[in-house]
Each structure stands twice: as structure tokens, then as C-alpha cells.
Design a protein around this ligand. Structure first.
Ligand SMILES: [Zn+2]
Length: 69
């Protein structure tokens, strides 16, 4: 089952980007229980470019990832 969260970009229009957690972290982290048990730390934050505009960034925080797991 895909694990997708919606994150708004930092650009003026706040585009909603769908972020696939598994593609961000790597499949094994999500599928094998909690990230702590796998020994692979979740980054404090991950920054991606907005899929719609050029100036916007999509910031995914560790808290957002943990809430979705
Ligand atoms: Zn944008």
C-alpha cells in the first residue's frame, strides 16, 4: 500500500505535492517496522523541489514522516 503524504510547497501558490514516503526513505525502512528498529535513521528534514513551480520547495520533516508510518 503506498504511503503518501501531501505537502505544500514554499512558493507563493503553495502547491500541494504528493510525497511517497517509501521513495524518500527507501522501501526497507518503511516495510520492516519502525525506523528505529531497522537502524536506519530518518533524516531530520528532506527538501525536494516543487513538482509544479520553480521557486517552491517541499520540506518534509521527520515528524511528518513518523506520523505517516
Ligand atoms: Zn510550487
Amino acid at each position: 500500500m503506498p504511503n503518501i503524504i501531501k505537502v505544500k510547497c514554499t512558493g507563493p501558490d503553495g502547491h500541494e505535492n504528493e510525497i511517497d514516503i517509501e521513495s524518500v526513505l527507501g522501501t526497507d525502512v518503511v516495510l520492516s517496522g519502525t525506523p528505529i528498529e531497522t537502524g536506519r535513521p530518518i533524516p531530520q528534514r528532506i527538501v525536494r523541489r516543487c513538482g509544479v513551480c520553480f521557486e517552491g520547495k517541499v520540506i518534509i520533516t521527520r515528524e511528518m514522516i513518523q506520523e505517516s508510518l
